[in-house]
Write a protein that binds this ligand. Sequence first.
Ligand code: ZN
Length: 78
Amino acid sequence: MSKYICLICGRKFPQGQGIIIKYGRLELAFHSNRCASKFLRLLLERIPPEEAEGYVKRLRDELIEAIKEKMKLKQKRI
Ligand SMILES: [Zn+2]
């Protein structure tokens, strides 16, 4: 069984556990949500906002829309 090593804290963990993110040709492994969110914070600190802001905004808007849809469905059921 192949083992992964957490990119943030160095902890080893087996396949099927933790969080594996594939991005292009890269594979990023994190043993926990906490380590994955730390990586996300570090990543966002390094990307100039003027480059990624559009993507982040679009994703945020999509997620907000999805939440609104969910709330609408819930209200209809009541
Ligand atoms: Zn970790």
